[in-house]
Design a binder for this molecule. Structure first.
Ligand SMILES: [Ca+2]
Length: 456
């Protein structure tokens, strides 16, 4: 069912009537536990209807706030969700129900035990409930902390919702100590094309691993987004690509897309590994030739110019002595622009000291005498690159270190390819998601941010 088909209510909802008549409907969206290839739970969402039109959750909550009825609405939303889930719970005691809690209502005194009562009344074990804390502003942090402790002790799981949206909510991580971090749609949308989003999500995954939490990618709408988030290490995925919010169906945990996606992902993962291997061997081949050319030389600059001139994949190259001091220029390939040069970002020059940099330490103190970095954005040029470094002997028989930044020449990417690149390469031809299909999938979210507003 497409909610957009109903049209959205224009005037302010009559919140007193809605609360009085309990005129809200619970909808549910699947949360997919990817590595286990299963739907592990449902997020409960709420819909109001007036005169045949949908009232988005935000409009409901705005209207309630004006009348001082936020807590009443918040409670009714959960009552509806718990009641509906309660009907299917006995046959699905291994599944989770994610429920949203507007943390701003935690500031309202005298409500601390209410959620537990509601859950018990619905006959659901608290172990099956994930409480999503989804407001950026909690006025009373002590109250939030004591709420968390109480509910965790009672067996609830705690999720931090919409992480990465709006104001930073990272300060809540030590307070909430979440079991689950839900990464906001704004960081997921077109993540396959955006190095910065990828790195932010990778950081959140690293953080979650360190604090023993799971990561859910929210708002996944396309196959590329699903693959990229999964490749980065996200545990669970939620979004229109796998399911849209809807009333409970006969089989609320079935998903027809899961098996096909798992198959496509396995091919994608295999191809990623092959591509990474190809990239490493290309880098190794260029590096071998460069090292042979530099070995026994005195004038490194001339050889570096030859090397960089021959290989468009090499963004720049330079040589360090055994103490980490740069003993050549930083030689750039033709056409590389250095637009980012300023007082803090600039390419190192002859005589620069690299001895505190991690790649130098790895080579100087490690056994292998070579190093290759993760992809990163070059501080000198702003390009996405990887740095390769390896030792060689110069004319004076002393040890030197060749450093080369590799960067994808046009049409010849030398860093691990994005999901988009791999998909464009035709790996997932068997997939059901055509470009037109995806355009259709994305449309509702671009129209009034429906997906974002669902999450209440
Ligand atoms: Ca949520």
């Amino acid at each position: 069912m497409r909610f957009a088909a109903f049209g959205q209510a224009k005037k302010e909802p009559d919140i007193r009537r809605i609360l009085h008549d309990k005129d809200l409907t619970a909808h549910f969206q699947q949360v997919v536990y990817m590595t286990r290839q299963t739907v592990c739970g449902l997020e409960g969402l709420i819909r109001g209807f007036e005169g045949g039109a949908v009232i988005p959750p935000k409009a409901l909550f705005d209207a309630a706030a004006k009348k001082g009825l936020t807590m009443e609405l918040d409670r009714l939303c959960r009552e509806k969700v718990l009641e509906a889930f309660g009907h299917i719970y006995q046959k699905n005691t291994d599944k989770l129900l994610f429920i949203n809690l507007d943390a701003s209502v935690l500031d309202i005194a005298g409500r601390d035990g209410y959620l537990l009562e509601q859950v018990e009344k619905a006959g659901i074990n608290p172990n099956n409930i994930v409480v999503e804390i989804n407001e950026t502003k909690v006025l009373d942090k002590d109250r939030l902390k004591s709420f968390m402790e109480r509910y965790r002790t009672a067996g609830f799981l705690i999720a931090l919702d919409d992480v990465g949206a709006g104001f930073s909510n990272l300060d809540r991580i030590p307070i909430v100590k979440p079991d689950i971090i839900k990464v906001d749609i704004s960081l997921i949308r077109r993540i396959q094309d955006n190095h910065y989003k990828r790195e932010v999500v990778k950081s959140l995954i690293r953080l979650a691993t360190q604090i023993g939490a799971m990561v859910v990618a929210e708002g996944v709408e396309t196959q590329e987004e699903a693959m990229e988030t999964l490749r980065l290490g996200v545990n669970m995925i939620q979004g229109f690509y796998f399911s849209r919010p809807a009333p409970l169906s006969e089989k609320p945990f079935a998903n027809g897309r899961l098996a096909d996606f798992a198959e496509a992902y396995k091919q994608f993962a295999a191809k990623t590994v092959r591509q990474e291997r190809r990239i490493s061997s290309e880098i190794a081949a260029i590096a071998r030739k460069a090292l042979a050319e530099l070995s026994g030389q005195k004038d490194f600059d001339k050889s570096l110019r030859n090397i960089v001139g021959r290989h468009t994949e090499v963004e720049c190259a330079y040589v360090l002595d055994d103490c980490g001091l740069q003993c050549s220029d930083t030689v750039f390939g033709a056409g590389r622009n250095k637009t980012r040069e300023n007082l803090i970002f600039y390419s190192a020059r002859h005589g620069a000291d690299h001895s505190m940099k991690s790649y130098y330490c790895q080579i100087a103190h490690g056994k292998r005498g070579k190093y290759i970095s993760e992809p990163y954005v070059s501080l000198a040029t702003g390009s996405l690159c990887v740095t390769f470094a390896e030792t060689f002997k110069g004319a004076d028989n002393k040890r030197y270190i060749l450093c080369m930044d590799f960067c994808g020449a046009e049409g010849n990417s030398l860093y691990p390819p994005s999901a988009a690149a791999i998909l464009a390469d035709g790996i997932c031809d068997g997939s059901r998601t055509s470009a037109a299909d995806q355009q259709e999938k994305r449309e509702p979210a671009d129209n009034g941010d429906e997906q974002k507003n669902d999450i209440k």
